[in-house]
Every structure is written in C-alpha cells, then in structure tokens.
Design a protein around this ligand. Sequence first.
Ligand code: PGA
Length: 250
Amino acid sequence: MNAPTPLIAGNWKMNGTAGALAEAQAIKAGAPASGVRVALCPPATLVERMSRALAGGGVIIGGQDCHAEPSGAFTGDVSAEMLADAGASLVILGHSERRAGHGESDSDVVAKVEAALRGGLEPIICVGETLDEREAGRAIEVVTRQVRGSLPASLAGKAFTVAYEPVWAIGTGLTPSSDDIVEIHQAIRATLREMFGAGGDGPAILYGGSVKPGNAAEILGLPEVGGALVGGASLKAADFLAIVAGAPKA
Ligand code: PGA
C-alpha cells in the first residue's frame, strides 16, 4: 500500500482569540497546495471563525476533543456534530492533557472515536507513555495497550490517524531519540495490523511532543513517521510553516 499523505496538525490547545486568526491566515497563505495535509485545531470558540477565515484554502480545521453524545445535558461540552457544523473535519481525541487533566480512560476515548465517526469527523487518536513508564522499560507495553484500548473495531475502513505523543516530551523541549520513535511507531503499526489486518497499513502514525523547526526534518524524515502533531510551535505561522516544509512530500 502507498504511504498515506503526511499530515501536519497544529494543536492550539487553550490558546487564541480573534487576533490569532492572522496567524492562521498566514499559515493558509504559506501551506503547500499538495503533497502534505496541513491542519489547525484551534479552541472550540475559534473553529467556526477559522473555518470561515480559511475557506477555499487547503488547511483542514479540527477540534481538540468532543463529547461522546450528539447533544444533551452536558454543560460545557461540545459534540462531534457541533464541531462538524462549525466547519471542522478532524478531531484530536485522547490527548494526554485530556487523559491526565480530565480523567479520560481508554474506554472514554473509544466512545469519543465512535462519536467522531458518527459526526463525520476524522479522529486523531493520541497515545503515549509517561516518563516513569519509559524509565521502567514499559513504553511499548503502555502504548500498544492504549492503541488496543482506545481504537474501536468500527474504525475499520475509515480515515483515522494515530499520534504517538510521549507525555514527557509534550511542551518540555525534550524528544525521544530517532531510534526510540521508530521502535514505538513500528509497535503501533504492528498493533494496527493485528487489529485491522491489511487495513492497519493505511493510517498515518504521527509523532508529537516538542516538534520544532529545528528537529522537524529529522523526525519527519523517518519512514515510519507519517506526520506530526504540533503544540506550541503551531501558534506562530513562521515556525509551523517551517515544520510543514520539513515533511517529505507524498
Ligand atoms: P508541544 O505539544 O508540541 O507543545 O510539545 C504537542 C501536543 O501536545 O500535541
């Protein structure tokens, strides 16, 4: 099977008000027209405005989380259907900041992935070990267990992406060695093949955690790495576009 088109997705986390749309416009202006998919996942309050501001360009808009239900008495939550209605076509699910800060379990992530599919959103499902787990030699075990536990069988044949984001690398400036990234990506790929057969070859596996202009080309050049999920460095167009430029073109 051909390698999937690389995806470089920016996760703005809880950053950005109307003034930040200028950075998104600059990202739209500088994003390549083909060969790489570029996505921005702003806070929910900006999804609709960013979708309108970037209409007609190649940048895909995504959410950062969604509730498992389409609507109802869930104060403060946003559903997959609402994100799609606001112009999103992707959603990040199971980010470690949701798992750690909001107590999300693998089975919660499964329910959210089902919701994303129901709402017509392509899920980016995040997995990754903590520093304690890595130092205990348990990174592969933890990550493959999260993949098995967080991906429902209903993903078979659907467009989705897995993001390997070691918790200790997020926002810290630390990154795993290339060998460690390759080892985990290979373990994720093997798990996807166990779960989905030949369909497990299709989805891109992203790397996330302190991706910067200075390390992007090396990380994205690893054949196992199908793109990046970028936090801090996605807030500035110049940095994010430099990362996008480091992606090998499909
Ligand atoms: P970072 O965040 O690039 O700021 O380390 C990555 C992420 O949390 O997706």
